[in-house]
Design a protein around this ligand. Structure first.
Ligand code: PLP
Length: 375
């Protein structure tokens, strides 16, 4: 490896992306500032229309962040104390927070070892008379098996909520994330595939009554300016974020294509390494590679090696949720979800972002190869 010139490769590079769209973004932000449409308003409405259309859904309600999108979607479905919601333990903590903070009980099922997403074959054993909804996550930008999940849900009369925070534009059997269940929740956190310049999120659905309940709850339960028919919260999309998102949405398809191209280069460069498991994409699915996640032998050593050579690899996520201190109150012992637990010990996220070059991928892959060759 000493022969490769050292590079510095971040996990994502938002400054490099900004350089490609600076004129468009600055012009859009100037228009918001000149009109003072700072909280919700016309720029938010425009983005909501555009993003609903992009997802292939009828309604999009812009909210403050992706966590609120999940919270508000479950709330609008009427989920609360006494109810159970089933999700996956291999996800960001926000997925389960939304269940717990609504007063409902979080239940997990293990993940599928190939897709790393909710394993639909385990759902029936986890469903009880209190179960109200299934909350699959399209982890790393790969859609969950929505055909099987929706089929189970129909059989038991359950709602299905997509956590699509990592999956803007991902497709399952020809339809995009956001149109694959009763309601979908998106995050536009800056590092997400479609990211704002601050916090933002959205709830997407075909159900007009559900969209209206989310909108009202997210805006102080207000019917008119100072009439409130329920106790709500303040979680609205702001105009500056909406304007940035409208600009970036125009580039999203090209960025997703580029992510798939980068992933294919990684796939080819790592194909013959027995120590490395690569992401697998089932037939009928189009991934958007929010992250390119390998499963690696001696993962932590490899991570340190990559860091020492300038590559900002990461781990998503080092602990499945049932083993996090925050969820210790659930009393779920280690060993309960063996696939998620094994993945948490082996997953490693290699840098992937649209502005990366083929050379960057080659450099990272060469480091991974050198690490295993040397040992
Ligand atoms: C980012 C993320 C969220 C939360 O979104 P925020 O906008 O950060 O609140 C929820 N679920 C998953 C899977 C995420 O990756």
């Amino acid at each position: 490896m000493q022969r490769l010139a050292q590079r510095t490769i971040p996990l994502v590079d938002l400054r490099a992306q900004y350089a490609t769209i600076a004129d468009e973004v600055e012009e859009a932000m100037r228009r918001v500032i000149a009109s003072s449409a700072f909280v919700h308003g016309p720029f938010a409405e425009t983005f909501e229309r555009e993003f609903a259309a992009y997802c292939g859904a009828r309604y999009c309600v812009g909210v403050g962040n992706g966590t609120d999108a999940l919270l508000l979607a479950l709330r609008a479905l009427g989920i609360g104390p006494g109810d159970e919601v089933i999700t996956t333990p291999l996800t960001f903590t926000a997925t389960a927070e939304a269940i717990v903070l609504n007063g409902a009980a979080v239940r997990f099922v293990d993940v599928d070892p190939l897709t790393r997403n909710m394993d639909p074959t385990q759902l029936e054993a986890a469903i009880t008379p209190r179960t109200k909804a299934l909350l699959p996550v399209h982890l790393y930008g790969l859609p969950a098996d929505m055909r099987a999940i929706n089929q189970v849900a129909r059989g038991y009369g359950l709602a299905v909520v997509e956590d699509a925070a990592q999956a803007h534009g991902a497709e399952f059997e020809g339809r995009r994330a956001g149109s694959l269940a009763d309601v979908a929740c998106f995050s536009f956190y800056p590092g997400k595939n479609l990211g704002a310049y601050g916090d933002a999120g959205a709830v997407v659905t075909d159900d007009p009554a559900l969209a209206e309940r989310v909108r009202r709850f997210a805006d102080h339960g207000r019917t008119t300016r100072y009439e409130h028919d329920l106790v709500g919260v303040n979680s609205r999309l702001d105009g500056l974020q909406a304007a940035v998102l409208s600009v970036k949405l125009r580039h999203l398809e090209a960025w997703s294509r580029r992510r798939r191209e980068l992933a294919a280069w990684y796939d080819a460069a790592l194909a013959d390494l027995p120590q490395v498991g690569r992401p697998s994409v089932p037939a009928g699915v189009t991934a958007v590679y929010h992250l390119y996640v390998i499963e690696a032998e001696r993962r932590d050593e490899l991570l340190n090696y990559l860091h020492a050579h300038g590559v900002a690899a990461g781990i998503h996520y080092p602990l499945p949720l049932h083993l996090q201190p925050a969820y210790a109150f659930l009393g779920i012992p280690r060993g309960t979800y063996p696939v998620a637990e094994r993945l948490a010990e082996r997953v490693l996220s290699l840098p992937i972002f649209p502005e990366m070059s083929e050379d960057d991928v080659a450099y990272v892959a060469a480091l991974v190869r050198a690490f295993y060759r040397a040992r």
